[in-house]
Design a protein around this ligand. Structure first.
Ligand code: BDR
Ligand code: CA
Length: 305
């Protein structure tokens, strides 16, 4: 059983990641921290609480950072809508409410209380994780693993070089990549290979339950946003980190050092490939077995209400 804290900037594919985590028998969610990213923190927090309520997640939800460490905020409303989660209609919540206290402190306290037990899964800008490392460097050696979605070695999706999560807070990303914590990275190289086809979405619409409906409502919007931008079918960026926790053999990997461009204006936020390593560095996902990924998704949706 993997004990997991999700750090999310809940937009449409973050919601899919939360659903997959909730429906995965091998994952125990210790808590979720909402951070600013796809949209502002008040919206990502609201979206996270709403998704947890519908899916039946009872783990605590905390508030993380409202802005990057140094740079101005950027958002990704063009892919996720003005709310960050356009599509689903949520009823007033009965159970989930934001916890008191900082999400960064929650990350620190949980990792320190359970050495080598807690896996952090940040699928937005890395601000919260960087702050937690700065405030309590002890978490770097005591975290079990940090499995993150971010970066790219094949060109960006915000600028020609930079991926959204690393571009949104490159200083935080550099702190995390240089931390020597056990890191697993899902860059665009891998995540753009796993897309949702209209046929697959139509099939998911035949599934019963609130979680399947929430997933389909999110994916309707996501697919339309991609279509309007001529960007192909929507990529399952964030859920791949969750699939890794359940079955890492779905992916192939390379291991090398990673750093983030912080000075050159044109390529700022780009992840740079460093030297190959046998151990240490970053385990970087490359290829994915899409059939096995979607089969995990089926199992999760069938498991949930
Ligand atoms: C990343 O950016 C966000 O818009 C997605 O949720 C994902 O985490 C992909 O670049
Ligand atoms: Ca995200």
């Amino acid at each position: 059983m993997k004990r997991v804290i999700l750090d999310v900037d809940t937009g449409l594919d973050d919601a899919a990641a939360i659903i997959l985590a909730a429906g995965s028998k091998s994952i125990r969610l210790e808590g979720l921290v909402a951070t600013a990213g796809n949209v502002s923190l008040d919206k990502t927090l609201e979206n996270t609480l709403n998704v947890c309520e519908v899916v039946g997640i009872e783990a605590p939800v905390y508030s993380g950072s409202s802005r990057p460490l140094k740079r101005d905020r950027i958002h990704a409303g063009e892919f996720h809508g003005a709310s960050g989660l356009d599509g689903p209609v949520f009823q007033p919540r009965k159970r989930q409410q934001v916890q008191k206290g900082s999400g960064i402190q929650f990350i620190i306290d949980t990792v320190m209380a359970h050495p080598h037990q807690i896996t952090l899964v940040p699928v937005g800008p890395l601000t919260d994780i960087a702050l937690a490392m700065q405030q309590e460097p002890g978490i770097i050696s005591l975290v079990k693993e940090i499995v993150l979605m971010g970066g790219s070695f094949i060109g960006g999706n915000v600028t020609s070089d930079a991926e959204f999560n690393t571009y949104a807070d490159p200083e935080a990303a550099q702190i995390v990549f240089s931390s020597k914590a056990p890191l697993v990275m899902f860059p665009l190289d891998c995540t753009t290979k796993v897309t949702l086809s209209p046929e697959a979405l139509a099939r998911y619409k035949t599934f019963e339950g609130k979680s399947a409906k929430l997933f389909c409502d999110c994916m309707d919007t996501y697919m339309e946003k991609y279509r309007k931008r001529g960007a192909g079918y929507p990529a399952m960026h964030d859920p791949l980190c969750i699939a890794y926790l359940t079955d890492p053999s779905i992916f192939s990997y390379e291991r090398h050092e990673v750093s983030v461009e912080l000075t050159d204006e044109a390529s700022y936020g780009k992840t740079l490939r460093g030297k190959d390593c046998k151990e240490g560095g970053v385990l970087v996902a490359k290829m994915a077995d899409t059939t096995r990924f979607w089969s995990l998704f089926d199992q999760a949706l069938l498991q949930l209400d």
